[in-house]
Design a protein around this ligand. Structure first.
Ligand SMILES: Cc1cc2nc3c(=O)[nH]c(=O)nc-3n(C[C@H](O)[C@H](O)[C@H](O)COP(=O)(O)OP(=O)(O)OC[C@H]3O[C@@H](n4cnc5c(N)ncnc54)[C@H](O)[C@@H]3O)c2cc1C
Length: 278
């Protein structure tokens, strides 16, 4: 097993092109997944490429349409930056603890592809995309296509994610609810993001994303678009129909954190609560 420390992006892509490696950014998931006995060093079973020293990927920047967040940008920097979308700030504020947030990256949370990954729920709702680069070029993939299942992502052996791209948008109502045993440093039992835009009493945009109730985040644009163009009264009259639409999509599992009945009930209640409070 070899370990590489990339000094810059080209260096990282060259390493990935010649040797299959697991990427380590902040390492907050990687260390847990590869831990060995107390007092023993980390038991990586593969080659590893450390990328956290790549300064050129430590940024949050914007143009008129998008916000761009680099692969080595820490969660705490994203939380503190004024151009970060408010919904993403709300989510990161409830992720882990300040110590972990000073080490962990947003892209690590995405690439870990856990159904309980908090940022992913918000990034699905924001229509985020990821830029994947290899030594020969790059491609941009919508997040909902990039994450294919529990810890399964569409990343080739010689690629890394270099940035997240978030379209800019204004919403009149935003909500994030993380259901967990305590306020911080806890993994979600389930999570909810609601984003909605109303102008002149008409619903112009509706986005609902649910975490930890299926193998990937649940978001369904067909359901959302059925209710676009309704006024607030009509939207509220349709709440039962909306819940019926989502009910079959919510297929949680029982695990050590919660059970499927609770997760489903809470998910439907959170959708209802969000729409009732418009
Ligand atoms: C105490 C504690 C509390 C936590 N609380 C939360 C919480 O509340 N909510 C939550 O969602 N998570 C939580 N986590 C999980 C973890 O902190 C997050 O998932 C974090 O964002 C991972 O980022 P990282 O940079 O540390 O990733 P790493 O551990 O470095 O990597 C994670 C995965 O992403 C891959 N990867 C990293 N960067 C790239 C890249 N640029 N390109 C391709 N693949 C890449 C790695 O190969 C690995 O598979 C917690 C972890 C701990 C230890």
């Amino acid at each position: 097993m070899k370990s590489y420390i990339a000094k810059n992006l080209v260096n990282a892509l060259e390493v990935l092109n010649k040797d299959e490696c697991e990427i380590v950014a902040g390492g907050t998931d990687m260390l847990i997944q590869n831990r060995s006995h107390t007092g023993m060093s980390i038991g990586y079973k593969t080659n590893v490429l450390y990328i956290s020293l790549i300064k050129e990927l430590d940024y949050i920047k914007e143009d008129s349409h998008y916000i761009y967040i680099g692969a080595t940008t820490k969660l705490e920097s994203i939380l503190k930056n004024k151009i970060t979308p408010i919904i993403l700030k709300k989510i990161i504020h409830e992720m882990a603890s300040p110590a972990i947030r000073h080490t962990a990256t947003l892209i690590g949370n995405i690439a870990n592809a856990s159904p309980a990954g908090d940022s992913i729920v918000g990034l699905y709702a924001l229509n985020a995309k990821v830029r994947c680069q290899c030594i020969n070029g790059e491609r941009i993939v919508p997040l909902h296509k990039f994450i294919r299942g529990v810890r399964i992502i569409d990343l080739k052996f010689n690629e890394m994610i270099t940035e997240v791209i978030i379209p800019k948008n204004d919403f009149s109502s935003i909500a994030f609810k993380k259901v967990a045993p305590r306020k911080s440093d806890a993994i979600s039992k389930m999570s909810f993001v609601g984003l909605l835009k109303i102008e002149d009493d008409l619903l112009l945009d509706l986005r609902i994303a649910l975490g930890a109730v299926y193998i990937t985040v649940v978001r369904n644009k067909d359901i959302e678009s059925k209710y676009i163009g309704k006024n607030i009264k009509e939207l509220k009259e349709n709440i039962d129909n909306i819940l019926k639409d989502y009910e079959p999509l919510i297929k949680p599992i029982d695990d050590q954190r919660s059970n499927k009945e609770y997760r489903k009930k809470v998910a439907l209640n959170l959708i209802k609560d969000f729409l009732l409070n418009v």
